[in-house]
Design a protein around this ligand. Structure first.
Ligand SMILES: [Mg+2]
Length: 367
């Protein structure tokens, strides 16, 4: 059994022009996707995520190798991701390929612990309290039992008013998480992240609203600050979504800095290395549930990982209608990934990641 070929393609879907003002200060004009395909025995595995800058020219490190040597491939991808851009989408494609070659879904190959995953609807659009309440009500109507609201105002008290509006709208039985997004800065951000005192003020207020977790309340490097916050609030502290290396993930675990660890298989470690990180986190009493914020391929890869290792309180499901609904999020797929009526994702017995690409859409959007 030998890997025969690897191919990268890049795609762009223009955003509905009615909506760009709703996004961040640097308006988002399109959704982009990189698709990586890897072939063996005439079977094709598919991954997606970052554009994998620097990968081109290194296909020979994989072509001719046995596709079942996943530990070896993960080491090479880790090396490439250090020297160049993140190449973990290839790990996803190799798992898809392996599952298809073995006739098994990836979640079963990884341990088969949790075939039905509760989801939370993850929102990101800038809105006031009334619009936040409307969207949360609509998401509850679609079956979601948990919703995440993103902070975005210079004054967190205005964002706390939005969370209160969401709570008033959905009632006490829907889980509410808050993403402070202080762990990393967007290109236009010229302010520093919150201080520990800022984070404590928000955590105390969110405790009153019955929030499930506060995500990324401090800069990603402030491991000691996160640990101090965790010790001083009963609210769960979440983070780790954009860790660049698995060593960064280890630091959060070793310092017991988080209650909820959220590395993304698309961004760090792929499925191969995050499987081990999940086990280490769980053994340290830390909930593991990956971040995902791209198209359905990345979402499904993280879902398959979670289904394999189990212990998922709820999995991120990017959804923020009307600006970001399933046809746009999953434009690379023949069928979007949908939640069932109970706000859960049931993993299928389809071999590999269980996805089909929309080849016509990919041809139309190719750049
Ligand atoms: Mg986040």
């Amino acid at each position: 059994m030998r890997i025969e070929k690897i191919e990268l393609t890049h795609h762009r879907l223009p955003l509905d022009p009615a909506f760009p003002a709703s996004w961040d200060p640097e308006p988002r004009r399109s959704f982009t996707a990189t698709i990586v395909r890897v072939w063996a025995e005439g079977v094709c595995g598919v991954g997606s995520g970052d554009a994998m800058p620097g990968f081109s020219g290194h296909e020979g490190l994989f072509v001719g190798q046995d596709p079942r040597d996943m530990g070896r491939h993960a080491r090479i991808i880790d090396n490439l991701s250090f020297h160049y851009g993140r190449c973990w989408p290839l790990d996803l494609a190799l798992w898809d390929l392996l599952g298809k070659l073995l006739g098994q879904p990836v979640w079963r190959l990884l341990g088969g612990r949790q075939p039905v995953l509760p989801l939370y609807a993850s929102t990101g659009v800038r809105r006031g309290p009334e619009a936040t309440a409307e969207v949360c009500t609509a998401l509850k109507g679609r079956g979601f039992r948990a919703i995440k609201v993103r902070f975005q105002d210079e004054d967190p008290r205005r964002d706390l008013a939005r969370v209160q509006a969401a709570r008033d709208a959905v009632g006490p039985d829907v889980g509410l998480m808050v993403d402070a997004n202080q762990g990393w800065r967007m290109p236009w951000d010229d302010r520093p992240s919150w201080t520990l005192k800022d984070a404590l003020f928000v955590a105390d207020a969110l405790e009153e609203v019955g929030a499930f977790w506060l995500e990324e309340p401090l800069h990603r490097a402030d491991v000691a600050g996160l640990a101090a916050l965790r010790a001083r609030t009963p609210l769960r502290v979440a983070g780790g979504e954009l860790a660049r290396e698995t060593h960064d993930v280890d630091r959060y675990i070793d310092a017991r800095a988080l209650d909820v660890l959220q590395p993304d298989a698309v961004m760090v470690g792929g499925i191969s290395l995050l499987r081990d990180a999940a086990r280490r986190a769980q053994d340290a009493g830390i909930l593991f549930t990956p971040h995902t914020w791209g198209n359905g391929v990345g979402l499904m890869a993280n879902a398959q990982l979670m289904g394999g290792v189990g212990g998922c309180p709820c999995l991120e499901f990017p959804l923020d209608p009307p600006e970001w609904d399933l046809p746009a999020r999953d434009f690379v797929l023949a069928r979007p990934i949908v939640a069932d009526g109970n706000g859960c994702l049931a993993l299928s017995e389809t071999p590999g990641l269980g996805l089909d690409l929309d080849e016509a859409a990919l041809a139309r959007t190719r750049i």
